[in-house]
Ligand binder design. Structure first.
Ligand SMILES: [Zn+2]
Length: 194
């Protein structure tokens, strides 16, 4: 398992809900958590590790000893967005070196399944609400750069171009498969679990 970087096509994939929580899924989720901690992230979505599943993990302390902050949300659905809009700086492990302010509602109500397969409703605010909104966007193929103001997007444009150039370089060297191969693999993984 590895983190894919912008503009990898899996980051634009809209995933379908999972049908079951089993030991294989739990293993994937633990690998996602390990990767998130290894990269000092506070959230990670399944598309970012090249998986077409609706799963996100979060720990706003980015500390694996802070278990009270460690969450895995399976089939997360934001059922309500409330509170005022708040603009805060965001980054993303799939867009390293870029950060920019993003406006999002300050509070959300989240419905999701946990690792025990139980449905849970969470009321989240502040950074928790922001991370969950950012990660749920990933599951719909949306990146935080899609939510920037024109001026803020302009400010990161060059960095995005550089990432696009690095990506095509990796493709030419055969490190990243072509779009058809990626799509075929995602479709196979999707059929197995959604
Ligand atoms: Zn992200």
């Amino acid at each position: 398992m590895r983190i894919v970087k912008y503009p990898h096509p899996t980051l634009r994939y809209k995933s379908k809900p999972l049908l079951r929580v089993d030991s294989e899924l739990k293993k994937m989720i633990h690998q996602m958590l390990d990767l998130m901690y290894a990269n000092e992230g506070i959230g990670l979505a399944a598309n970012q590790v090249d998986l077409p599943y609706r799963v996100i993990v979060m720990n706003i302390k980015s500390d694996q000893n802070a278990k009270e902050e460690e969450h895995a949300f399976i089939n997360p659905v934001i059922v309500q967005r409330k509170g005022r809009m708040e603009e805060k700086e965001e980054g993303c492990l799939s867009l390293p070196e870029i950060s920019a302010p993003v406006k999002r509602p300050q509070k959300i109500v989240l419905n999701a399944y946990n690792l025990a397969g139980q449905e849970v409703t969470w009321e989240l605010e502040g950074l928790h609400a922001r991370v969950v909104q950012h990660e749920c966007d990933h599951l719909d193929g949306i990146l935080f750069i899609d939510r920037l103001s024109p001026a803020n997007l302009l400010a990161v444009k060059q960095a995005l171009h550089d990432m696009e150039a690095a990506f095509s370089g990796e493709r030419q060297r055969g490190i990243i498969p072509d779009d058809q191969l990626i799509a075929a693999r995602l479709s196979e993984l999707e059929t197995a679990r959604t």
